[in-house]
Design a protein around this ligand. Structure first.
Ligand code: PLP
Length: 442
């Protein structure tokens, strides 16, 4: 086919969809053509309630005017500025705004375009920091079983989801994993942090002793593991990790790609759990999901360690063509303003008990074996069909969509994370729809 060929329409095969069952989708496509506030609009004109904030990212709801206008205006004013050796005011204004809502000491921001890039950026900052402060022997990175840190090589190396790792060779060397914290036998149907399991943080000590603590650069965890099926941390677990890191000169990285920007009713999970890491990884809710952008928050001591040597030299050999892109910066500024003006983080906090009670009312529904909630996140775990893992939850996903509700599934777990603007009546609608979906499943 040459360039003059007529436009081909609806060649569904051309697009290799990410993290999707391509053949199943292309037999019966589920297409969104519009969105407003809490709803999507399907190609056949149906309204679908967004129970997942898109992919955990549309925290302020869809097509919010302030964000849309900011993007339109910026695109017409300054479309792009080189990210290296040049600047534009909005990237600096945004960084100042971001550090003003970050936990104390996290005074600097490095921009990326996604959660995966933020994770790999954080890992590189950690390794390079150890080297510039004269601790180049600290080359190991520690993650956790069941952790999800995006899909780039650093992220899948420290991540602990087998299906996301097994196809991709040897990954990064020098990586080890702590035990995960999921223990439904001791912590059934938790609301908020689980009662049991703080001692699992001592697995970091075991690993540190195995390799010698002086070889470890950093440990990375999601404060609430999201994509593996919503695992709230045990009470005291994150504090204990912080103590062990402090004792052994190890950096603590929180991957807050899901928990950042209000999901737990505070700006960051670090605030919610009152544990301040050395680096916070964010993306998603930073721009309300509208434009790809990530931000890595870094402690002042780390930043300052790089600001050495001749001043004409580049201090950190890392960055992306689109780091701090003007349109993304404008979108993020308008997003932060929307969160603030509408008090959305406080709203999420106030709704947390209502949300927890509603989602836990699904206890006893058909196939349900566990339910977990924290902030405005929920997980409903289903008994898998024997020999056919994921099939039952996927059927729930398709049925919910047909009944006008968007949910997300991971394994046999239904994950929920609505926009923070959700009304109580819409929480009720999620629960009612799920009840009828679950009752109809094989
Ligand atoms: C905790 C966590 N880290 C990283 C990522 C990767 O983000 P992205 O898909 O923007 O690369 C995700 C995405 O869901 C995530 O949940």
């Amino acid at each position: 086919m040459n360039d003059m060929s007529p436009v081909q329409t609806n060649n569904l095969e051309a697009f290799w969809m990410p993290f999707s069952a391509n053949r199943q989708f292309k037999q019966a496509p589920r297409m969104f053509v519009g969105a407003k506030d809490m709803h999507y609009v399907t190609a056949d004109g149906r309204q679908v309630l967004d129970g997942t904030a898109g992919l955990w990212c549309v925290n302020a709801g869809h097509c919010r005017p302030k964000i849309t206008e900011a993007i339109q205006k910026q695109a017409a004013e300054l479309d792009y500025a080189p990210a290296f050796q040049m600047g534009h005011p909005k990237a600096f204004e945004l960084a100042s705004r971001l550090v003003s809502i970050a936990p104390p000491g996290l005074d600097h921001v490095f921009y990326t375009n996604s959660g995966s890039e933020s994770v790999d950026t954080a890992l590189k900052i950690a390794l390079a920091y150890q080297r510039v402060r004269g601790e180049g022997g600290r080359f190991r990175l520690i993650g956790r079983e069941r952790g999800y840190h995006g899909v780039n090589f650093g992220g899948i190396s420290v991540g602990g989801i087998v299906g996301n790792r097994k196809m991709f060779g040897t990954l990064l060397t020098g990586v080890d994993h702590m035990r995960h914290t999921h223990d439904p036998a001791r912590n059934p149907y938790p609301q908020g942090e689980t009662e049991h399991g703080a001692e699992l943080a001592d697995d970091l000590l075991r690993i540190a002793q195995l390799h010698d603590p002086s070889t470890i650069a950093a440990v990375i965890v999601e404060p609430v593991a999201g994509s593996t099926g919503v695992l709230p941390p045990p009470k005291g677990y994150l504090k204990r990790l912080r103590e062990i890191c402090d004792q052994h000169g190890i950096l603590l990285i929180f991957d807050e790609v899901i928990t950042g920007y209000g999901r737990l009713g505070a700006a960051f999970a670090a605030d919610h759990f009152d544990v301040v890491p050395d680096i916070i990884v964010t993306a998603k809710g930073l721009t309300n999901g509208v434009i790809p952008m990530g931000a890595v928050f870094v402690r002042d001591t780390i930043y300052q360690a790089f600001m050495q040597g001749p001043e004409h030299m580049i201090e950190f050999a890392h960055g992306y063509t689109y780091s701090g892109n003007p349109i993304a910066s404008a979108a993020a500024l308008a997003t932060l303003e929307t969160y603030k003006e509408e008090g959305l983080f406080e709203r999420a906090k106030a709704l947390t008990p209502v949300w927890a009670e509603a989602i836990h009312s699904l206890k006893g529904a058909r196939h349900v074996i566990d339910i977990r909630t924290i902030g405005l996140i929920g997980a409903v775990e289903l008994e898998p069909i024997a020999g056919q893992p994921t099939k039952r939850a996927f059927a729930a996903f398709v049925k919910a969509y047909e009944k006008g509700l968007l949910i997300r599934t991971t394994g046999d777990i239904i994950a929920l994370s609505p926009p923070l603007i959700i009304e109580e009546s819409q929480i009720g609608e999620i629960v009612d729809t799920l009840k009828s979906v679950l009752a109809s499943l094989d």
